[in-house]
Design a protein around this ligand. Sequence first.
Ligand code: CP3
Length: 348
Amino acid sequence: MIQPPPAKPLVEVLSGIRQPVPPLWMMRQAGRYLPEYREVRARAGGFLDLCFTPELAAEVTLQPIRRFNFDAAIIFSDILVIPYALRRSVRFEIGEGPRLDPLDTPDKVGTLSSSGDFAKLEPVFEALRRVRRELDPNIALIGFCGAPWTVATYMVAGQGTPDQAPARMMAYRHPEAFAKIIDTIVETSITYLLGQLKAGADVLQIFDTWAGVLPPREFRRWSVEPTKRIVEGVRAKVPDAKIIGFPRGAGALLPGYVEATGVDAVGIDWTAEPSLIRDKVQNSVAVQGNLDPLALIAGGDALDRAIDDVLANYAQGRLIFNLGHGIRPETPIAHIEQMVKRVRAYRG
Ligand code: CP3
């Protein structure tokens, strides 16, 4: 008799089936808080060399799974591989974050490639195939991309900015040129996400880290609409594709985001209001989050209380336990062990 494939708790939650013990992973779980990551990172040379060397990218993807036995591995890459595939210059300077050539005038936008060079992204697909071969079948493999708005904030400014002012200004002053950037990212991201599914990803996440700086009208136009087109574009080819959206800081705009985009789950940050989330978000999709990464650094009783709040607020419904944003490099490993133990001891 042919055995059915083993159930992955994270995929079950996304398919509508609450798990008594919520599945658990951490955003940015492969990274500098791990000594074994720092060792591989030092060997790789540049950050993009690490992303584009399948053997090393697969290795750092698996490191947090070996240590903590999370329910999901997220492929090691970056949201800025999309501008790189669009032939923009992308560099990562140590201690300074990303540097790109600013795309901040309509003239410059006129020179933007209309489609990506996917040969450049082939190493990411190869890393996914390697991880899938080595990963326990109960553990989900997550592929990802940045949401067009967040990727555009880096492409326009050429670097990270405190308030994303360059992209916000361009969207007001030159909406047609800005829409061309967004549309190009939408099309490239659809192909990229489909490639990740084909290479073995079980689930996709769309990171909209800077969604929270937009007024409601701009949020609908530049965050919700493009995300919806990505979800539709992926599902046109893979109808049951499981997709998590993370419009960080969206707050009271979350219910509208969920309804319009059609995502299966939504990431919530630690400022989320529990009754709004339960009544207007978790009633239709799963939620993922939302431990404050600073509570994870603090540890002790403060951490236990923060974990228990997340569980008390959301574990009666469909929950994927996670942080409200990425783990920080200074986080002690013992505190992550404390978190895993406490979440796994939950019986709801
Ligand atoms: O979650 C994971 O473990 C997978 C890997 C991953 C990275 N970046 C690796 C990375 C993911 C999912 C991302 C997403 C990403 N990249 C986002 C959205 C999610 C979020 O956390 O807000 C954004 C905005 C970026 C862009 C980016 N990449 C910035 C601003 C920086 C520099 C800031 C920093 O933390 O240094 C990066 C670099 C980066 N991407 C690192 C890692 C592990 C650190 C670089 C290093 O190790 O030298």
